[in-house]
Design a protein around this ligand. Structure first.
Ligand code: FAD
Length: 317
């Protein structure tokens, strides 16, 4: 079933958690265990991230550095299908512009459809660590909006491959990203919002936000979206903090603010256990208010941490 149908049919707030595919060479048993633990809460869908190639430099014995391109977490398509069939819950694989040509994307969409996957989160992906600016793959997409257009074309039976025999329309539900504190590359929030609107106008069915730690930012974001004619559901993203280092890491990586109260509490944490407690309580406090305000769904950035996620879900649902 499509995420948008679930949202439209539900009278209460749904939830999904975001998981990472296993590292290259590992089997799926740890991921399965995490999901098994969370199934008692009846997640209505599960998001599965995708990770582009990374560049690594390895120092050789003669002191020379060797450049290596490696995909550390391959296999999103196969793992999405395996999870969906094992747990009988819709899985939403994240599909990236980064690292894929348009033709590879078309092939991936055909594979996903063949495997029964009907939901996609369409994203641009980030630049490589060795690049200042995002560079698309040769014959790939520059922005997520172009990927949304490609998927929307396929929904109308319009493919790139002229020789494709059966040009059946594939009915994917498309989610896209939004940034309550603006995307770090955008010069200002209004510019960024206009780009979110382009994705919706191109065919996105709903928006999932980047994590935020002050609900006010989400409510203001929704209001601004509505003011410029974005009318699709906007799903808030919640990240339960779990380590002391998140205090400095999260603002730097995601280009966002931690509220003063939260940052003070984290600063006083003596151990990761303390930080986990603070992060869990903060996420519960955020989620409770969001549910009260009847948000369509909660997107939990759990990355496989079942214990704190369980505590949050037990308290809020
Ligand atoms: P876009 O919508 O293309 O926006 C990127 C930037 O370009 C923005 O600053 C925007 O304002 C600007 N822009 C957009 N369109 C135009 C235009 N036409 N002209 C000029 N400027 C434009 N990354 C991963 O690698 N794997 C994942 O699994 C993953 N999952 C994510 C899940 C969620 C819910 C979110 C919020 C993010 C996720 N990301 C993931 C991160 C995402 O890939 C990065 O934030 C990326 O930098 C931007 O992706 P986007 O889809 O928002 O890009």
């Amino acid at each position: 079933m499509k995420v948008i149908e679930k949202i439209n049919q539900s009278k209460k707030t749904l939830f999904s958690f975001e998981l990472l595919p296993p590292l290259k060479g590992q089997d799926a048993s740890k991921l399965y265990r995490t999901i098994e633990e969370l199934m008692e809460f009846n997640p209505q869908y599960i998001n599965l991230t995708t990770h582009r190639d990374e560049i690594e430099f390895k120092e050789l014995s003669d002191g020379v550095f060797q450049k290596r391109t490696v995909r550390k977490r391959p296999g999103t398509v196969a793992i999405a299908a395996a999870l969906q069939h094992k747990f009988n819950v819709p899985v939403v694989p994240h599909v990236l512009c980064a690292g894929y040509s348009k033709e590879e994307t078309e092939n991936m969409l055909l594979d996903l459809n063949f495997l029964g996957i009907k939901n996609i989160l369409a994203l641009r992906g980030d630049s490589l660590r060795t690049e200042n600016l995002f560079k698309p793959q040769e014959d790939g997409h520059n922005y997520a909006v172009d990927l949304v257009k490609q998927i929307a074309d396929i929904r109308n039976g319009k493919y790139l491959d002229p020789d494709l025999k059966n040009k059946t329309p594939l009915d994917f539900c498309i989610g896209v990203a939004g940034y309550p504190e603006k995307h770090f590359e955008a010069p200002n929030l209004n510019f960024d919002l206009e780009n979110v609107k382009k994705k919706v106008d191109a065919g996105a069915d709903y928006i999932v936000t980047q994590m935020f730690f002050d609900n006010k930012k989400y409510f203001e974001f929704v209001e601004k979206c509505r003011n410029i004619g974005i009318n699709v559901p906007i799903i808030p993203g919640i990240k339960p903090l779990s380590k002391k280092i998140h205090f400095s890491l999260i603002p730097r990586i995601f280009s966002l603010d931690l509220p003063e109260e939260l940052s003070k509490e984290l600063q006083h944490c003596k151990s990761n256990d303390d930080a986990l407690q603070v992060g869990t309580e903060w996420a519960i406090h955020q989620a409770k208010e969001l549910i009260e305000k009847k948000v369509p769904s909660l997107h939990l950035y759990t990355y496989g941490l079942a214990d704190n996620t369980k505590e949050i879900l037990k308290t809020i649902f």
